[in-house]
Design a protein around this ligand. Sequence first.
Ligand code: HDE
Length: 748
Amino acid sequence: MSKEKAKTRRSSSPTKAKSKAETGKEPANAGYGANDHKSADLAKNAEDAAGEYLTTNQGVRINDNQNSLQAGDRGPTLLEDFILREKITHFDHERIPERVVHARGTAAHGYFQVYESMAPITKAGFLQDPAVRTPVFVRFSTVAGSRGSSDLARDVRGFAVKFYTQEGNYDLVGNNMPVFFIQDAIKFPDLVHAVKPEPHNEIPQAASAHDTFWDFISLMPESMHMIMWVMSDRAIPRSLRMMEGFGVHTFRFINDRGQAQFVKFHWKPLLGLHSVLWEEAQQISGKDPDFHRRDLWEAIENGDYPEWELGVQIVAEKDEHSFDFDLLDPTKLIPEEIVPVRRIGKMILNRNPDNFFAETEQVAFQTGNIVPGIDFTNDPLLQGRIFSYLDTQLLRLGGPNFHEIPINRPIAPAHNNQRDGHMRQTINRGQTSYEPNTLRGGCPFQAGSDLGGFTSYAERIDARKIRERSPSFLDHFSQATLFFNSQSVPEQNHIIKALRFELGKVETPAIRERMLFLLAQVDKTLAQKVAQGLGASVPKKLDKPMNMSIPADVLPRKVQPKRATQAIDASPALSMIDNPNFPTETIKTRKIAFLLADGFDDAAVLEVKQILKTAGAAALTVAPRLGVLTGINGTTIKADCSFLTGSSVLFDAVYVPGGEASVAALKAEPEAANFLREAYKHCKTLAASGAGTDLFESAGFVTLAANAGARADQPGIVTSREGNLKILGLEFIQAIAQHRHWEREPTV
Ligand code: HDE
């Protein structure tokens, strides 16, 4: 393009921003509703370039964004080019340090509403009035991987909720597992260094399957309960929308009479608890490393707002010591069968962020952000976290004013005498920045507790200053055993396989041996089965003590694990399959692949699609090629993906409708049979109608000849050669609702 032409184009008037009527889409920031204080607050900082001229950061309009200022046609660039220098300098400074842990994450806005006043047990303002919607921002994350790592790593998921309450921000910074690896914050840097890529070669990314992690774990018996969780399917969720959340530590609720009770927090997903298989997780990591991020984003864009109920387990102060474990020990949970979870409110996520960096990356959670009515306990892990989160933000966000970043700023007004620092935004008026003062009439005032001033719970402490693990923390295996015993057979098999995989990647035999010894303390058969897979045997005793890296003079005698008698043998609430907390199975938001080619049976596609849609699931077309496909009766359907871009691991179930030509084309496409075989292997539901049933036979995983025209007699295989599409559709829904057909697993 000649310079002349370019100039004309550049100086033409900017186009007006398109309205909703023109684009069919909500304009940016449309979600900022009147009853959503936080969104309205964020809107103050929102920028939208639609219809605007390009400017520098100083607001000067830019005439040429293609060429730097240079001396003549082929001459050097001039130092005076302030436009170039501003642009490049800003670009050079675009990155901030990623989070030390939980770097990979995704987030959404929403709100929380309590079902009924919780006044008898807590005075927390946002838990009083069912009419009040408290805005929330929730960030989900993996722990070990870097910002760009895959969503499907075997890992704990972070579940961090920032409540923008009228009394200040309250952060519930939890995980999708109710316990943790270690009991004391002083071990956290060791744990994280061990699980992160090894320091000499930065391998492996986002994985615990390597020597340093298992070396550390094999010396830390206290981690065994958490290891059971991380090796279970909880560590590979189907969706962030289908996992539980837990506050992990025991906290306190305080009511307006100053009475305290212990509380454990839970988030219960209304879509149920679901996971993928490890083999799928590995494939998804290649096919779509953003699988969870995309799933959450799309669900919210489609109006399928994810929901969780907030649950609490309440324990009276007087019952603090009535358990067979210590409430302050974060490697223990309170079985729901012993203290039931009371569901007290609901959280709905209904708006995607406008800008990933400004919101999801810059959000700063802090376990120390609590409000009147909630307080800490002396859990040594929690105590360390209260320090760590504030400290880490100072580095990550570059100074003490990160609370002013829009996503972090409270909707409750903030007034104090803190001043200055990098990038200060607030313009504090007045002569004083100290207290007490007379020059400002003593403002800002301290608030009495009757006026909402935070007062710490006056817990009685009468103690010596010691560095010792409490004897009440020393039972490291009972709850690991309880967890294993509570799993169904397929879930136990998955744990065994996960351990074989992880320890199979360990290169140092002594580490494997120590791990087998520890596993045997949890369950002998588990240890033996893992050992079989490793071609090893379970040691009867170890040559050296377990904590052999701790010098003997430092190792307190008490650090030898012991086992407490358990109140229950199994807790059904710990299993994902047949979990009594999630009795009704729904197929809402599930993705069903329709395998089609030209010449498909129009009715068999449209009717089944409609039946699934009514049940809340989405049908997506996978075809030998992209573009438009035409049915026998002329219906046209756009292919959502081809066999190259789609894969069975990205779907929940598969359907092959009839239509001789369509099925013949699929038969000629080897990937179609692979798609079905893979879905079958991963225990998913498969359905076929009409000639589609032939494809099941030619795929070789089921013989229908014996019952052609009728249903296949295998669970999770729904067919109808000539039958009624309505019945097929309904049976399909029932089968998908079971998520997976685990009885098939041993046979594949
Ligand atoms: Fe964290 N953790 N953590 N953690 N954690 C961080 O804070 C830390 C722990 C959790 O989406 C960091 O802002 C210590 C338990 C989540 O931004 C850091 C200890 C639980 C997130 C930190 C723990 C968590 C973090 C890194 C042991 C579940 C992501 C960046 C004493 C209850 C929050 C940051 C987000 C992030 C420290 C243990 C959950 C370094 C010292 C237990 C969900 O401050």
